[in-house]
Design a protein around this ligand. Structure first.
Ligand code: AMP
Length: 279
């Protein structure tokens, strides 16, 4: 916990040897390690994951890395928001023990040639629009897990398909990491917190909460096609998908389905928003 007499210092490292050295110190005495991978531009949703990791483990490591492997050439890699100093201050305020800030050549040196391909929950939804995405996520998450070797890793339900993909990855490769999902943190008007919300103009920001409202209306019985028409009437652009799926497989609903998830991705101006709720 922060202490005014001896201010809590979040250690920061940028290289693998430095990470390994700090992890040895963190694990001294058998301390457990929780891990929260992020792309930075941290908001209260990320901080909720860090707080939860802290409640589950003795020590918490956060990585900040904007992973080029999960962006298509047409996507926002170059303009993705970055605020390293602000991120470190926020992490310090919630008691993060160590922040890992690798550069691209630390994670992908010139010798790097491997790629993890995911099926199962990775098929459909995001993959129809971002075919490279889950391969990039699975590859970087595998590397980060191997480097940090956490006991627990905490991910947000905001990226619900990603959470399912990470669970499958850990299961398939016997990684022995406890993957914990956290509910989506929202603004008071229902908009899911996202680093990409910073791209929204004031006019778009005023419209954006209609996505969550539409998901709730569909969950409560409204017609999906009508909801799509209404969203486009309200100012949204292309709707990549609004789909009701089996929450466990992310496939179609079947008689065996125990829990349903309503997932959406759509454009508002130049910003692509995603959200999902239990349905
Ligand atoms: P990102 O930095 O966007 O890659 O996200 C890092 C982690 O934070 C992922 O596990 C996300 O699902 C999670 N996350 C992002 N936004 C939210 C939110 N609004 N509420 C909870 N978790 C979130």
């Amino acid at each position: 916990m922060p202490d005014t007499a001896h201010p809590f210092e979040t250690a920061r490292v940028r290289t693998l040897p430095a990470l390994k050295a700090e992890l040895v110190a963190l694990r001294a005495g058998g301390a457990t390690v929780g891990f929260v991978p992020t792309m930075g531009a941290l908001h209260d949703g990320h901080l909720a994951l860090v707080r939860h990791a802290k409640s589950l483990c003795d020590k918490v490591v956060v990585s900040i890395f904007v992973n080029p492997l999960q962006f298509a050439p047409t996507e926002d890699l170059d303009r993705y928001p970055r605020d390293e100093a602000g991120d470190i201050a926020r992490l310090q305020s919630v008691g993060c023990d160590l922040v890992y800030l690798p550069t691209v050549d630390v994670l992908y040196p010139k010798t790097f040639v491997s790629r993890i391909e995911m099926n199962g929950p990775a098929l459909g939804l995001e993959t129809n629009f971002r075919p490279q995405f889950f391969s990039g996520v699975a590859t970087v998450v595998s590397k980060l897990f191997n480097q940090v070797r956490p006991d627990v890793a905490v991910f947000g339900e905001k990226d619900f398909q990603q959470l399912a993909v990470v669970r499958a990855l850990v299961r398939d490769f016997d990684m022995g990491i406890d993957v914990v999902g956290m509910p989506t943190v929202r603004e008071a008007d229902g908009l899911a917190l996202s680093s990409r919300n910073a791209y929204l103009t004031p006019e778009e920001r005023a419209i954006a909460p209609k996505l969550h409202q539409a998901l709730e209306a569909i969950r409560d019985g409204a017609d999906i096609e009508q909801a799509k028409t209404d969203l486009q009437g309200a100012g949204f652009g292309q709707i990549d998908y609004i789909a009701l799926r089996d929450a466990d497989t992310l496939g179609d609903i079947t008689p065996e389905t125990q829990s349903r998830r309503l997932l959406a991705a759509l454009w508002l101006g130049k910003t692509r928003l995603i959200d999902n709720i239990q349905a």
